[in-house]
Design a protein around this ligand. Structure first.
Ligand SMILES: N[C@@H](CCC(=O)N[C@@H](CS)C(=O)NCC(=O)O)C(=O)O
Length: 210
């Protein structure tokens, strides 16, 4: 089994934090997606979506998508720490928050960043190189969407230690990367005290892995 990563990419960080949290070990291969290695063979055939992370299994199957990779590893390893939850109710709540954070935060912000900064010209959609124009309105809408998410999240975090309850979960990893992306797109979210405190707590936790 091999995990293909590019350490500094947000999606790779999600899998990296998951591995550190659960203690699961997987051999890793670095692909430099900035240099376009993902379009070269054998990577292009292994993952035609041309993105990292992806997991290559012994039987040749490729699993891409950070959450699918983490879920597979959690289910196939006997770890005591279950970041996807133990019982049905917990699992549903974790999934609910993870989806909300991705749909209202992570995905709009990734698209916003790629439509805002010059360095993403010619790569506005992940895993592509083409002449699709950058659209500044997408960056503006990303911040508007994330602001609504942070308003809701801020009120919610007032009542709970972690986003899906009292236990740390995969949704906290997603949420941490949402805040990192909000910083990267230069969003002003200074008024969201609970979001900032939760991000700070997670930052301390994740920095301890470095
Ligand atoms: N939804 C995917 C996102 C994968 C993705 O967008 N990966 C980016 C890095 S964060 C990538 O490989 N980009 C390469 C490129 O755009 O060429 C996941 O969570 O795994």
């Amino acid at each position: 089994m091999k995990l293909y990563q590019f350490d500094m990419a947000p999606a790779s960080k999600r899998v990296y934090f998951f591995l550190k949290e659960t203690g699961i070990e997987v051999p890793m291969v670095q692909i430099n997606v900035r240099d376009g290695d993902q379009f070269q063979e054998p990577f292009n055939s292994l993952n035609p979506f041309n993105c990292i992370p992806f997991l290559e299994l012994e039987d040749g199957t490729t699993i891409s998508e950070s959450v699918a990779i983490c879920r597979f590893l959690e289910e196939t390893n006997n770890t005591s720490k279950k970041l996807f939850g133990k019982i049905s109710k917990e699992r549903a709540i974790i999934e609910m928050w993870n989806r909300r954070l991705e749909i209202d935060g992570y995905i709009p912000l990734i698209n916003g960043i790629r439509n805002k900064f010059e360095r993403y010209k010619g790569k506005v959609l992940p895993g592509t190189r083409n002449d699709l124009p950058q659209v500044p309105a997408i960056a503006k809408r990303a911040i508007e969407s994330c602001r609504i998410l942070f308003e809701r999240l801020n009120a919610h975090l007032n009542t709970t230690s972690y986003v899906a309850g009292e236990a740390f979960s995969i949704a906290d990893i997603t949420g941490y990367e949402v805040v990192q992306l909000a910083i990267a797109i230069e969003m002003d979210f200074d008024e969201f005290e609970e979001v900032k405190a939760w991000h700070k707590k997670l930052d301390k936790r994740f920095k301890s892995y470095e």
